[in-house]
Write a protein that binds this ligand. Structure first.
Ligand code: NI
Length: 184
């Protein structure tokens, strides 16, 4: 089932998500719905707060970037209760976007590598390192479950320039090719 994506301005996007347990109600269904929602919106990542759930869960499918980084072919993962252990490497810029903030793309600086501990959908624990675009998507989604949005990380001048657009999005004055939920 495709769920509406929560738009910028909704307080749920600013909450720190809670850890979940194996027994979390309808977890398999929730994950399936999140995949369907993400693919329906042509995203490469989706975090639970973006569908209105304040929990530590996000998913990533980086395969659309396989043209640029061939090792991303088939890169599809669920991250539950993740914790970034270390970020390293040079900071590099990339124009990011976000399904909760349609129509805005801006450069964000992030570290090249990330070491993260997480549970997969079977609740097996992993400690893995990622780099490049995989790391970037993970960092972006990890920010979501901690109440942080990419627009918090852009340079102040750019931020000033998009202020009006962000206000419009929060009022529902925006066009998206997928269903959204706007703050009251
Ligand atoms: Ni996002």
């Amino acid at each position: 089932m495709i769920l509406p994506i929560v738009a910028f301005g909704d307080p749920v996007l600013r909450k720190k998500g809670e850890d979940i347990s194996k027994e979390y109600s309808e977890l398999k269904t929730l994950i399936n719905n999140m995949w369907e929602t993400m693919y329906g919106a042509e995203g490469v990542g989706l975090a639970a707060p973006q569908i209105g759930k304040s929990i530590k869960l996000f998913l990533v499918d980086a395969s659309p970037f396989a043209d640029e980084e061939p090792e991303l072919e088939g890169f599809k993962k669920v991250f539950i209760n993740p914790e970034i252990l270390e970020e390293s490497g040079e900071e590099w810029q990339f124009k990011e976007g976000c399904l909760s903030i349609p129509g805005i793309r801006e450069n964000v600086k992030r570290n090249e590598n990330v070491k993260i501990r997480y549970f997969d959908e079977e609740f097996s624990e992993h400690i893995e390192e990622f780099s490049g675009l995989a790391a970037r998507i993970i960092q972006h989604e990890y920010d979501h479950i901690n109440g942080i949005l990419f627009t918090d990380k852009i340079n102040p001048l750019k931020k000033q320039m998009i202020k009006r657009k962000l206000t419009d999005i929060s009022k529902g004055i925006v066009k998206a090719s997928y269903r959204m939920r706007f703050p009251k």
